[in-house]
Design a protein around this ligand. Structure first.
Ligand code: NAD
Length: 281
């Protein structure tokens, strides 16, 4: 198994990814250009480990020892010993392409470069490197320590060896894998985002209230929360951005974003994080 894992970006997802690798005994080198974000990410990991311990999760070592497995790097130049690097920086294509170009020049030749992107093509990211066979998507779900699924996305050039090594890493973390080809939205967002968009259309067309739409889907299909509430949790800007990736990627009008969703994002109604979405917070 990978002894040293690099994590790029120590935000919401990167801190969770660093957490689960360190919890399972790997050395983690993590980097974020914002020292404040890195400090916040590390504090979050400590808090989440404490929370897990209180819930009865048993670790192979004390919390301090697990935290000591994580080194915050001052630059990507410190990623030279990583056998696997998981990139979890901001969802921005030019930024990710530049990061992969840089990582390709720093990481050992045999190292695997993975991206946690929710929507950017793994094939395009891989093409920015000289090792497209060793580039793959590892799409963790939020919050990483809690959610079991990792979507593994094979770019057009991803080798079988790379895929098998990542499949082993997913199992090593105690997680389950769903394998997807590299098309817009992969599996989960391809199906989830149109469902949320359809719920927004039902509201837009005045078919039912937000409460009734959510109650219908929650109790009628046994989901933990309704699609509009879930959209508020994800962030309506994120939902719209992924919706646009589906629409642009497939050029199929069935993915057209609901005008109400577009209008709400224009108004700054982004869901829970802004205090107003389909519900008020
Ligand atoms: P976030 O904003 O919490 O974290 C992104 C981090 O990247 C920030 O700390 C930022 O400082 C850092 N960053 C910016 N530029 C960087 C650079 N050049 N090098 C290294 N780090 C840089 O965002 P997040 O929610 O953690 O999302 C990160 C990635 O994970 C995105 O690709 C996103 O699509 C994906 N993702 C997010 C979720 C989710 O629910 N939030 C779920 C699955 C996947």
């Amino acid at each position: 198994m990978f002894k040293t894992v690099g994590v790029v970006g120590i935000g919401q997802m990167g801190s969770g990814i660093a957490h689960v690798f360190a919890q399972n005994g790997c050395r983690v080198v993590a980097y974020d250009p914002s020292p404040a974000q890195a400090a916040k990410g590390l504090a979050g990991i400590a808090q989440n480990l404490e929370r897990q311990a209180k819930k009865g999760v048993v670790f192979d070592a004390g919390i301090d020892e697990i935290l000591a497995r994580i080194t915050v790097a001052s630059s990507l130049d410190e990623f030279g010993t990583c056998e696997l690097i998981v990139e979890a920086a901001t969802e921005n294509e030019p930024l990710k392409l530049e990061l992969f170009r840089t990582l390709d020049g720093i990481a050992p030749e045999h190292a695997i470069l993975a991206s946690n992107t929710s929507s950017i093509s793994i094939t395009r990211i891989a093409a920015a490197t000289a090792r497209p066979d060793r580039v793959i998507g590892m799409h963790f779900m939020n919050p990483v320590p809690v959610m079991t699924l990792v979507e593994v996305i094979r770019g057009i050039a991803t080798s079988e060896e790379t895929f098998q090594a990542v499949a082993e890493a997913v199992a090593f973390l105690g997680k389950e894998m769903a394998t997807s080809k590299d098309y817009p939205g992969f599996i989960v967002n391809r199906i989830l985002i149109p469902m949320i968009n359809e719920a927004a259309f039902a509201l837009y067309e005045g078919i039912a209230s937000a409460e009734d739409i959510d109650r219908g889907m929650k109790l009628g299909t046994n989901q933990p929360m309704g699609p509009l509430q879930l959209a508020d949790f994800i962030g309506l800007d994120t939902v719209l951005a992924i919706g646009n990736v589906l629409y642009d990627g497939f050029k199929d009008p069935k993915y057209r974003p609901c005008p109400l969703l577009v209008q709400m994002v224009d108004a700054g109604y982004l869901g829970r994080k802004s205090g107003q979405g389909f519900y008020r917070y």
